[in-house]
Design a protein around this ligand. Structure first.
Ligand SMILES: [Zn+2]
Length: 330
């Protein structure tokens, strides 16, 4: 134990002393930040607009059955939201689904101030429905469609300011991503997933009604997509918009430094320049270890885990906090 403590102290000195050790690609210690959590090939997000009744009746049960998740763009000032208020304000957030901002009523307004209020009132409702989550935090924003221009009197720049003030992150464009608009069958939707896998991308499909309501995706088309996603689970990180956005932002601003001590300990330091108040997700690291390290311990601060090596590498999650990560043979 004393030996390990000494080694760690030396490693920390090396890391904090800015003396990065560089390695050949196959040398023990060589570390990369995975493109997506769990070193999956892509991130994929199921998005559901308008707080439809069928979200509560069909979507949530079908997702839950398969341990999948989704992001729900709600209109807390709408009648169909009010009809399922308990589900939206208690059951769905308590089950871990992400609530996102689709404006308060989906009806726009007469003035720029009205539009700002549509956005902030929706955020207030999301905050109230998630009292156990930190606030302020990042919330996904989905622009409501089908509003006449005279009911949306705000410039792009003014809206960008409102989104920024409310820590809202605009989702990808609806165009090319709408269920029953861009894709009509499960196979077409799964081809979109396979394209994301091939491109190592973040992608999404936006749904309205499923088995009812409007722009209706037939239930069997929806469940066909879900079953296809389950079959691709080893390649696809199925998540919400904000976790995917946080991961990508932290990853793109991350730096990894590595020091190897006499091949008995590997020290890794992971940092990111993303603001830790809003970007607090762990990143997945992939580190090469010596061939005889079949099982490793990975320690970062108070967090301690055991990871099996596969093909000479270990894959593990770590916070990009600058707290040293110590890997040792178990
Ligand atoms: Zn909508």
């Amino acid at each position: 134990m004393k030996h390990i403590t000494t080694c760690v102290a030396i490693l920390l000195f090396t890391l904090t002393g800015n003396a990065t050790v560089t390695h050949a690609a196959d040398a023990p210690g060589t570390t990369r930040v995975a493109q997506w959590k769990g070193d999956k090939a892509c991130a994929f997000i199921l998005m559901f607009d308008d707080s439809c009744i069928s979200d509560v009746k069909t979507v949530v049960p079908e997702l839950t059955k398969r341990q999948l998740t989704g992001t729900f763009y709600v209109n807390p000032g709408s009648g169909h939201y009010a009809a399922q208020r308990k589900a939206w304000e208690q059951e769905i957030p308590a089950a871990g689904f992400e609530l996102a901002n689709h404006t308060f009523t989906h009806r726009g307004g007469d003035t720029t101030a009205d539009i700002a209020k549509e956005v902030t009132a929706c955020n207030d409702a999301i905050h109230a429905a998630t009292p156990n989550l930190p606030w302020p935090r990042l919330v996904s924003y989905g622009q409501p469609g089908g509003i006449k221009p005279e009911r949306w009197p705000i410039t792009k720049e003014q809206l960008a300011d409102v989104l920024k003030e409310n820590h809202l992150i605009d989702r990808p464009d609806f165009g090319g991503r709408g269920a029953m608009i861009a894709f009509k069958t499960s196979d077409q939707m799964l081809a979109h997933v396979d394209k994301a896998i091939a491109g190592h991308a973040m992608e999404c499909i936006v749904f309205h009604g499923v088995g009812g309501d409007w722009i209706v995706t037939p239930t069997e088309v929806f469940t066909g997509l879900l079953d296809g996603l389950v079959a691709r689970r080893d390649k696809v990180w199925i998540t919400g918009h904000i976790p995917a956005h946080q991961y990508a932002t932290e990853r793109d601003a991350a730096t990894v430094r590595v020091a190897v001590d006499d091949k008995s300990i590997i020290g890794v330091m992971l940092t990111t320049t993303a603001d830790p108040q809003f970007y607090d997700q762990p990143l997945t690291l992939v580190t090469r270890v010596p061939a005889d390290w079949k099982t490793c311990t990975v320690t970062q601060g108070e967090t301690h885990g055991t990871v099996a090596a596969r093909d000479g590498v270990i894959t593990y999650d770590a916070m990009p906090s600058g707290k040293p990560i110590v890997i040792a043979k178990k």
